[in-house]
Design a protein around this ligand. Structure first.
Ligand SMILES: [Zn+2]
Length: 117
């Protein structure tokens, strides 16, 4: 039985300077929060396939998706969200698969050389 599926993890927060919250109107309380969606096999991340960016107010906790944000905040959050990238270990499944295929190829080459000589 193979256990696989998708999960979502937070990548981090980044400040959104120059914007005020649309609900509580406080300045300097807005942050961009990026989350990545990734595919996993046995809870080992194989590859990320999507990223979602939200604006979060640290004062009133209002959270907006990119589609709910005003255009100026959307543009800033998109730029800030691009800087929050998935770390290398979110590709661990692909790395392990590549190593397994490389070892298989080396084993087959060594076996072919040994059978010739
Ligand atoms: Zn607020």
């Amino acid at each position: 039985m193979i256990i696989f599926g998708t999960r979502e993890r937070k990548l981090g927060l980044a400040e959104l300077p120059g914007h005020s919250c649309g609900y509580c109107d406080n300045r300097g309380t807005l942050f961009a929060q990026a989350c990545t969606m990734y595919f996993h096999i046995f809870w080992i991340p194989v590859f990320p396939y999507a990223k979602r960016v939200y604006s979060v107010c640290s004062h009133c906790r209002q959270s907006l998706t990119l589609y709910q944000m005003p255009p100026d905040l959307n543009a800033t959050a998109t730029v800030v969200g691009r800087k929050l990238k998935a770390p290398w270990y979110y590709y661990m499944g692909l790395i392990l698969l590549s190593i397994a295929l490389l070892l298989l190829a080396v084993t087959m080459i060594i076996g072919a050389i040994a059978s010739v000589s």
